[in-house]
Design a protein around this ligand. Structure first.
Ligand code: ZN
Length: 145
């Protein structure tokens, strides 16, 4: 067992309006990969922080390091948890690439992938990657009441 892995990571709960903003960011970056950070509590997303992709690539991403540090500090200040790191796949399915697995440095958070392969219907999936092992997690969109 990996030290520090939370037991309650059944999946993510994302309010509809936040999900819309994440998808809008992915579309804005298209045809490049867009990426960013999601913070919340117990898998329920409360804040969304888009970051720059220093790779400027349509097949991989690397979050802008200074922005990433600033966001991590902000999350801690707000008393939230690093729930997920998200990025888009402009041309491929919502499944982690080999590089995504190799670069999964935060095993106690999830990886959310937004595939824009089918432009009108983005595919959204979450995974937990621990020591190279990929496990699919639930994504629940919370409708506004
Ligand atoms: Zn990827």
């Amino acid at each position: 067992m990996f030290a520090g892995v939370k037991e309650d990571l059944a999946g993510l709960e994302i309010p509809q309006d936040l999900m819309n903003r994440i998808i809008a960011h992915a579309r804005q970056e298209y045809p490049l990969e867009g990426c960013g950070i999601l913070a919340g509590k117990g898998g329920r997303i409360i804040q969304f922080y888009p970051t720059g992709n220093t790779e400027k690539s349509s097949s991989c991403y690397l979050m802008e390091p200074e922005e990433q540090v600033r966001v991590f500090q902000e999350i801690e200040k707000e008393g939230l948890e690093l729930s997920a790191i998200y990025h888009s796949h402009p041309h491929t399915t919502a499944f982690p690439s080999q590089r995504d697995v190799d670069y999964a440095f935060y095993p106690d958070s999830l990886l959310l992938i937004i595939s824009l392969m089918e432009k009108t219907v983005p595919q959204i999936r979450a995974f937990q990657i621990v020591k190279g092992k990929i496990e699919k997690k639930r994504v629940k969109i919370l409708e506004e009441k």
